[in-house]
Design a protein around this ligand. Structure first.
Ligand code: ATP
Ligand code: MG
Length: 567
């Protein structure tokens, strides 16, 4: 599929909203929310939800809230709250003064629970978690009523109050909704509303030792905030009847839950639990490791907010789960950086070249174009001298067919400089490895073209040895070896699928001198290599460190691959 076919400005959720606007269902209002649980950093899947919720609000003159779904005090941390806020802002969205926490509603939710108990719609159950599961039945077998299901209102109120007072131990009792133990939808078989958990909460401290479950929290929080369209991922479709039931029984304002398919991306994992495992077990350097599909990882890798927003726009919305090719995300960042990233010359794996007939001690300042896509970005001067570095793989002593770069006796162009011709090869005496080339240059080819119309077939990037700066460059590859880890039988242990070569660190790179002092996070195209950014943590004035965001497509690698395939 052509990637541009992904452009789908309208989608089924917009159709629902437009219909609701037309019929005046919510008085012409559109109010969405993004409801992360602060138990990990955001990933690119969340970006899809963020772009959707904030995007729809802005397109229809509505509002979008940020609400932390903080009902599980055991896994939630302030660090996550802060990172989530930072990532949303970085993506370019703003919740204004509408920052909420589900825990803000704990008092109200408690009152709602009392209301349901009084209406005979909720009861305290003494069954253990194991027994509750046993009693629930299966998809083919109806459940069984708990022996505690028909407790009196007084007894339920008393027990629920004592649960709250801290009289009972964790797991000894729960509050359940009284719905239907024979419902074909397992979510409707008297779901748990409250559990006992003697655990300090990030925001409410020791105030509570009972905590509401997600299903009893989410819809009511939407209702309290006046959300019109509660957009969530497909796995909540089966929860919608429960979402609707609580709101109907409580007789409160009723938002509409709408589901869409979550984003899955090839060659990576996308659940916070798995990402946390990678962090905790040291497979990556942190949540912001540039190999991670997290927003902070992508940011450190050099992705732009716009490229991620464009990606989310292009993948569109579906009602069925699917896998998006990582190549599309890469395409989106190349497309953006192509327009904005200045070009520079950097040699990653240096091969020393001495230009024998270039005067010793002479230095010329050559003019180079900063970005051919954008003339406004101007030009710069780069120094040229007798000893330069080129890329090791731009030379082959015994060049195969279709290898047009430097070889003994062959002439090539040095970008913005001169034609050079290889006249001699110096080898390491012990290993036989080529360690230096000797070339001659043609002074009549300054700027890169010959006066006699003589042609060369390749243009190489280079840096002046004496003037270049040392740098470390980190090359990243896919996190996983397998395109679709979910297809694995043993999906629980996805770690055997980790790509052992997902990070290659090059420590003897040479960059052109103009990059001295490059600001952390700044992005460049290294000519002929790809897009890179200055690492915002490890780079310093003493040693520049770059991360490869994405490579440029390499024709030679493709030809080689095709050739290999035929053997
Ligand atoms: P994960 O399954 O990755 O751990 P989650 O669903 O538990 O994520 P939440 O913090 O609950 O994470 O998610 C906040 C919002 O982001 C929810 O509305 C959820 O539906 C949405 N979301 C999460 N993952 C994806 C995804 N892969 N694609 C689209 N939306 C997602
Ligand atoms: Mg969740």
């Amino acid at each position: 599929m052509n990637v541009d076919d992904f452009n789908t400005p309208s989608n089924f959720i917009r159709n629902i909203i437009e219909e609701d606007l037309r019929t005046g269902k919510y008085g012409g209002l559109v109010h969405t929310r993004f409801p992360p649980e602060p138990n990990g950093y955001l990933h690119i899947g969340h970006a899809k939800s963020i772009c959707l919720n904030f995007g729809i609000a802005s397109d229809y003159n509505g509002l979008c809230n940020l609400r932390f779904d903080d009902t599980n005090p055991t896994k939630e941390e302030e660090e996550y709250v802060e990172s989530i806020k930072e990532d949303i802002k970085w993506l370019g969205f703003d919740w204004g003064d509408r920052l909420y926490y589900a825990s803000d509603y704990f008092d109200q939710l408690y009152e709602y629970a009392i209301q349901l108990i009084k209406a005979g719609k909720a009861y305290v159950d003494d069954l253990s978690a194991y027994e509750i599961r046993e009693y629930r039945g299966t998809l083919t077998k109806p459940g069984k009523d708990s022996p505690y299901r028909n407790r009196s209102e007084e007894e339920n109120l008393d027990l629920f109050n004592r649960m709250r007072e801290g009289e009972f131990s964790d797991g000894s009792r729960v509050l359940r909704a009284k719905i239907d133990m024979a419902s074909p939808n397992l979510n409707m078989r008297d779901p748990v509303m409250y559990r006992i958990l003697h655990e300090k909460h990030n925001r409410t401290g020791d105030k509570w030792c009972i905590y509401p479950m997600y299903d009893f929290t989410h819809g009511q929080s939407d209702s309290i905030e006046g959300i019109t369209h509660s957009i969530c991922t497909l796995e909540f479709e089966d929860h919608r009847p429960l979402y609707d039931w609580f709101i109907k029984e409580l007789d409160i304002y009723h938002p509409q839950q709408v589901e869409f398919a979550r984003l899955n991306l090839s060659y990576t994992v996308m659940s916070k639990r798995k990402l946390l495992e990678l962090v905790e077990e040291g497979y990556v350097s942190g949540w912001d490791d540039p190999r991670m599909p997290t927003i902070s990882g992508l940011r450190r890798r050099g992705f732009t907010p716009r490229s991620i927003r464009n990606f989310c726009e292009r993948i569109g919305l579906a009602k069925r789960d699917s896998m998006i090719d990582m190549a599309l995300l890469e395409h989106c960042v190349r497309e953006d950086l192509n327009k904005i990233a200045p070009r520079v010359m950097v040699v990653l794996r240096p091969l020393r070249v001495v230009i024998d007939n270039y005067p010793e001690g002479q230095v010329e300042e050559l003019e180079a174009i900063n970005n051919p896509e954008d003339p406004d970005m101007g030009t710069r001067k780069i120094p040229f001298s007798r000893v330069i570095y080129i890329e090791q793989d731009d030379f082959q002593e015994d060049p195969p067919k279709k290898f047009y770069r430097l070889a003994p006796g062959r002439e090539v162009r040095l970008r913005y400089a001169y034609f050079i011709k290889c006249v001699d090869v110096v080898r390491d005496q012990k290993t036989g490895e080529v360690i230096e080339l000797h070339c001659t240059y043609d002074p009549d080819t300054k700027g890169g073209s010959a006066t006699d119309e003589r042609r060369v077939k390749a243009t190489l990037h280079w840096v002046s040895a004496e003037h270049s700066l040392d740098a470390e460059v980190r090359l990243y590859d896919y996190l996983l070896l397998k395109e679709d880890p979910m297809g694995e039988k043993d999906e629980a242990d996805f770690k055997h699928l980790l790509n052992p070569n997902s990070l290659e660190t090059l420590r003897s790179c040479h960059v052109e001198p103009g990059l001295r002092g490059a600001a952390p996070g700044s992005r460049y195209q290294f000519e002929r290599q790809g897009y890179f950014c200055v690492d915002n943590i490890d780079s310093s004035d003493d040693l520049l460190v770059f991360n490869r965001t994405v490579s440029l497509r390499d024709t030679w690698a493709r030809i080689q691959k095709a050739g290999k395939g035929k053997d």
